[in-house]
Each structure stands twice: as C-alpha cells, then as structure tokens.
Design a protein around this ligand. Structure first.
Ligand code: AHR
Length: 497
C-alpha cells in the first residue's frame, strides 16, 4: 500500500502549548542527587551546587516547565525541612524510593534556582497525603508573598528577598495510590479544601492542578470534574508505557524481542485512546475546554538495570524509547485543544531519562534527541494532517506504521515530525502538501539505527544521535519521503530562505 499523508498548511487547528514538552524531576534514585545536585563543594563542575554538564545539556531542550518534588515523594515531603542553612536541615528517610536518607539539601531555593538557570516555569506538587492544609498554604506564601508575613520574612532570612513567580501548583499526587489511597469522592472534597488556601498573592496567579486518574480510571476523572471542575485549571493523568506486567516483570530496557518492540509501540499508542476518552468525559462538564488535561507523568517503565537499587528505577534508553517519545509527543500535539501540559518521567537517571550520569560523566539518551528535535513544535500552530498509512500486524491487531504531527511556527516555518514504528520495514510516504507554501527550502534531521536496542553508553556516547536527513524527493506539491525502519525524523519547510 502507498502511504499517503495530506498536510494542509493553511488549516490551523489550535496552538501546541509549549508545556507539552515539560519534564519531571523527583527525589528518586539518582535523579535529583547526583543527577542534578552535587553540592557547591563537589569536584564536579557546578553552578551553586547544580552540575554544569547536566544543566548545559538540559538548557538545549528549552524545557518549558519542570515538575518537582514528586511523584510519590511529594506526599511525604515537608517543605520546611528543605529550607534554611543546609547543615541544619532535617534528614529523613525516603521511604518510597529505596529507603535512603534524604538530607534535604535540594529544597525550594535550589529548585527555584534550577528553574531560573534552565529558563523553565516551576511546577510544584504539594503534599495532600501526609501534609496539612496549613503547610501547603504556607509553602505558597513562602514562595510568592511580597510583603511582611511570617513566611515571607523567613524566606528573606534564608537569603531570598524578592518573592518568586510560581505559576503551576499540583494539589497532591496519585491520591488514588501512593498519595493516600483515597476514593475519588474523598479526594474531590480534599482537593476543594486544600486548593482554597493555595492563594494568589499580588499578581502571582496560580494555575491549580488537581490530582487525576491512573490510566483508564474514567470514574476518577468523572468524579473530579463533577465535584471540582470549577475550582481547578488542570486535571492530571498518569500513564506509563510498560511492555510487560507492572508487578510480574515489565520487560528489559535493552534486551527484547521484535514482538516486544511492537507491543511497546502499541502501548505507547494507547495514550491516544486515553487522552480521547478522558477528554470526552471532561467535555461533558467543560465543553469550552477551559480545564487542561495535564499528563504530568508519562514515559517508558522497564525493569531496572541489573545490579542497581530496585528503588532507584534506573533504566537504559534505546531507539525504542525514542520512538515512544516521538509517537507520544505526536499524540499530545494532536490533542493540543485539551492537553495543556505533559511531563515525561524523569529528567535524569530515572525511567525514560533525558540524561544519564556516572560520577563525573554524562551522556544524553535517544529520548533527549527527540525532545531536542521536536522543540520546533513548542508554541507553534498545529496543522491539519490526514493519513492513509500501512499498518503493522500484532496477532489479530494492527497498529499504524507511521505517525506524524505538523505545525507552523511564528515565522511561517512548517515542521513535520514523522515516526516509523516498524522495526524491520522502511516506509515510503507521499506527503501531499497543500496551502500557500513553496516546497523550495526543505531540510531535515533523522534519528535512527539498524539495531532495535541501539543506545548511548559511557563508552560509546554518540551511538544514537540525529543526522541530516536527505532521503526525500520534491515533486511539485509532493514530498516523497523514504523513512527507514525505527526512525524519528523532523522535516522543515522554511518560507523565509
Ligand atoms: O515516576 C515514578 C513514580 O510513578 C512516581 O513517583 C509516581 O507518581 C508514579 O507512580
């Protein structure tokens, strides 16, 4: 079958919120400690305690928003333990994640510094599970109140005169599970109560995010929307791509069969159905789509790397992860009318990470490259695409071989991201480009590999990286693209050149 995609550059279908390209960093394993924070006295070059190599790599992704401090950790975190002189900060046990000692050296000030250095909006997740309303309310006061108050004065004593701007605040995390094992009815009431005290001080306006559903718990979404939609700006959703079984064995990150590859693609594509269905429920209560669907945890979740701490969720990252990232980001772009933010889990050394570190060494992953290539979509106008593409068979089921997304940036440049999900077959795609654009200035980049589990290692850090892509032919209004198996490509048509 001929693969045909019609792109109409004159039909704009909304704006892709740049926050869809958001990230998540939890106090989990070696994400924050070692991965981001090494401390000012470290021999690893750092900026006020934050390692420079990681900082510089992450800066290139233009991370719009960063979620912190968890995850499950958020509902055990007491922010007051993490401010003031570091030598006096209380130590705690990180019960969720490996039972290790948390010295609280990375707290509010350090997180806000990280966001400032990255140019990212902070997204803080507050503690509903084991924290009080007062504690949550005082955190917001500490960060954002400009004037004289117990919390603002304490912030000043701790070295920060001016309040920070804080836009995104989550009221609890996974309240159906690690965040308190609540029923949706109960959490909806708690949400209403806690969010009351998440105040707007001065001109700081908080976008309040309610803890949302796990995967396909549509009842949770329904209940939250029914009971609390008027009091929220966003409602979250968590979904991880797990080829195996969460409890019995998720599957190896690097050692997998062709079928496992395809199952992983199928599971990644499931995000489309989830976003559609949760969105349909939200439509019932919020037809104007005021409340954003915030997919604030997503990504691959495999078995840990052998001989690593089971509580640290450290996994390698291959070209398969790159495809999951590309496919999922295409889905979010497609649903940009409802999906207002997404945060891949997690930034460094945990799950589907951007960056892996080993003492003073750092490598970037195939997933990192997808985020770097796709940043052209951030804040751009989503363009209309129509597909007629081949499928890949998986038992008696079928998944599309190719997914894509297209957008137009503020300079009129059109960017098309294409994923070939097939691990064996290349795809020839006729891209029929309509609208007021000349196909004169086309350029492209591609991320691909000839082996399913290709990855970057500390020995071979550049095994998987994007290269210029020229395997396309322009014929009048058509771009004929030869997309190799297992590839993510971004093609650009620049009006200005
Ligand atoms: O990202 C790892 C964990 O997955 C988070 O802490 C939790 O929210 C989710 O279950």
């Amino acid at each position: 079958m001929e693969n045909k995609i019609v792109l109409n550059t004159d039909i704009v279908q909304g704006t892709i919120n740049r926050n869809i390209y958001g990230h998540f960093a939890e106090h989990l394993g070696r994400c924050v400690y070692e991965g981001i924070w090494v401390g000012e006295d470290s021999s690893i070059p750092n900026t006020m305690g934050i390692r420079n190599d990681v900082l510089n790599a992450l800066k290139k992704l233009d991370i719009p928003v960063l979620r912190w401090p968890g995850g499950c950790f958020a509902d055990e975190y007491h922010w007051k333990d993490g401010v003031g002189p570091r030598e006096y900060r209380k130590h705690m046990v990180n019960k969720h994640w490996g039972g290790v000692i948390e010295n609280n050296h990375f707290g509010t000030h350090e997180f806000m510094l990280l966001c400032e250095l990255l140019g990212s909006e902070p997204y803080i997740c507050g503690n509903v599970g084991s924290g009080t309303v007062q504690e949550m309310s005082e955190w917001v006061e500490y960060i954002t109140f400009d004037g004289e108050s117990p919390m603002a004065d304490w912030r000043k004593e701790n070295g920060r005169e001016e309040p920070w701007k804080l836009k995104y605040f989550g009221v609890g995390n996974e309240s159906w599970g690690c965040g308190g094992n609540m029923r949706p009815e109960y959490y909806a009431d708690l949400y209403r109560r806690y969010q009351t005290y998440v105040r707007n001080y001065g001109d700081n306006k908080i976008y309040k995010i309610a803890g949302g559903a796990n995967v396909d718990d549509f009842n949770w979404t329904d209940m939250l929307m029914r009971e609390a939609a008027q009091r929220m700006d966003g409602l979250s959703l968590h979904y991880y791509t797990i080829p195996g079984d969460f409890w019995k064995g998720k599957g190896s990150a690097t050692d997998f069969t062709e079928d496992e590859w395809t199952i992983t693609m199928q599971k990644a594509l499931h995000m489309d159905e989830l976003v559609t269905q949760h969105g349909t429920i939200m439509d019932r209560y919020d037809a104007n789509k005021r409340v954003g669907l915030i997919v604030d945890e997503w990504g691959t979740w495999f078995d840990i790397e052998p001989d690593t701490n089971p509580g640290f969720l450290y996994q390698q990252n291959t070209i398969r992860d790159a495809l999951v990232a590309g496919v999922t980001l295409n889905i979010f772009n497609d649903h940009c009318d409802r999906v207002q933010m997404a945060n891949i889990a997690q930034t460094v050394n945990v799950l589907q990470a951007m960056v892996l570190t080993e003492q003073d060494k750092m490598i970037v992953t195939p997933t990192y490259h997808v985020f770097e290539m796709y940043k052209v979509h951030q804040g751009a106008e989503k363009l209309s695409l129509n597909f007629n593409v081949d499928s890949i068979k998986l038992g008696d089921q079928e998944i599309p071989q190719v997914t894509a997304s297209a957008s137009k940036d503020k300079n009129g440049k059109v960017n098309i991201s294409l994923c070939n999900l097939d691990n064996k077959k290349a795809s020839t795609i006729q891209l029929d480009i309509r609208g007021d654009i000349k196909l004169a200035n086309v350029s492209g980049r591609i991320l691909t590999s000839s082996s399913m589990n290709a990855r970057n290692t500390f020995e071979q850090p550049e095994k998987v990286k994007p290269v210029p892509f020229e395997n396309y032919r322009v014929a009048e209004r058509t771009l004929e693209v030869q997309l190799p198996a297992m590839s993510v490509a971004v093609l650009s048509i620049d009006k200005r050149l």
